[in-house]
Design a protein around this ligand. Structure first.
Ligand SMILES: [Zn+2]
Length: 269
């Protein structure tokens, strides 16, 4: 009786119509896991900030996995379900360090032509990062696309030639030029291209808004529309675009937001 009362009280305190829980990475650039009840019937349709959210069938429970934006305010947040109910969660504080980098000045002060190019490319990139494809998922683990030292961490606030720019939205893995990059899980290639900042880039859609991105490649080994299996080579490491040297920039996205790839990869070996 008392336990039932406490449980009800907790639900009321959480401000949730549906039971919600959180795991330790619910912070800007992290993942918020929300338990949405027994996995029966159709998967619930969940939205965060107007974007569809990935829902796992996790051992018989529907579990939403929200990609928390790096720009998110710390505090209470909620997702909306198709029936109009909400599920609340808390976004915790997380400290990210600063990073100062020296690059060619043409990557800091963009010419009119390069700015126009960047704006055209941004649309292609945003479309690939926000692609939604319905596919049932039980988990979202990724294999490492290359094995090497993770030279720069996700979320760092960056200064290029001492000018503040957007935070780092991926993981840099230091490996020599020409190292093969393998798909971290199966998916569909939704875009490839040679972009101003990102250089030669590949996007893989793994379903339900889980998207991975590979930048600065020396060679792209896949084509748009192609299906790739986990472990299949998608290109070679390079140093194209805004870089200080050869490395793989590896980005992972959920509901259109960059999340720390370290939260999806196996523990560092
Ligand atoms: Zn990077």
């Amino acid at each position: 009786m008392m336990l039932r009362f406490l449980f009800t009280l907790l639900l009321v305190l959480a401000g949730a119509g549906t039971a919600a829980d959180t795991q330790s990475s619910s912070w800007p650039g992290g993942l918020a896991y929300l338990d949405l009840g027994a996995a029966t019937g159709e998967a619930p349709v969940v939205e965060f900030s107007g974007k569809r959210v990935l829902v796992l069938n996790d051992d018989g429970r529907w579990r939403a996995v929200v990609g928390v934006p790096l720009s998110a305010e710390v505090g209470h947040a909620s997702v909306t379900l198709a029936d109009g109910s909400t599920a609340a969660f808390v976004i915790n504080d997380h400290a990210y360090l600063e990073e100062h980098l020296k690059v060619a000045q043409s990557y800091v002060s963009l010419s009119e032509e390069n700015l126009a190019r960047y704006q055209r490319e941004r649309k292609v990139i945003d479309a690939a990062l926000n692609n939604w494809r319905d596919v049932p998922l039980a988990e979202i683990a990724l294999n490492s696309p290359v094995e090497g030292p993770r030279s720069s961490s996700f979320g760092k606030r960056r200064f290029f030639n001492d000018e503040p720019r957007n935070p780092h939205t991926g993981m840099d893995i230091a490996v020599p030029e020409g190292t093969p990059i393998t798909a971290p899980r199966g998916g569909i290639i939704t875009a490839t291209g040679d972009f101003y900042f990102n250089g030669n880039t590949v996007f893989i859609d793994h379903g339900q808004g889980l998207v991975t991105m590979y930048c600065h490649l020396s060679e792209i080994g896949v084509e748009k529309g192609q299906t790739v299996a986990s472990g299949e080579t998608i290109g070679l490491v390079g140093k194209t675009g805004r870089v200080t040297g050869a490395h793989l920039h590896f980005g992972s996205y959920l509901n259109g937001n960059a999340v720390d790839p370290a939260l999806l990869l196996p523990e560092k070996n």
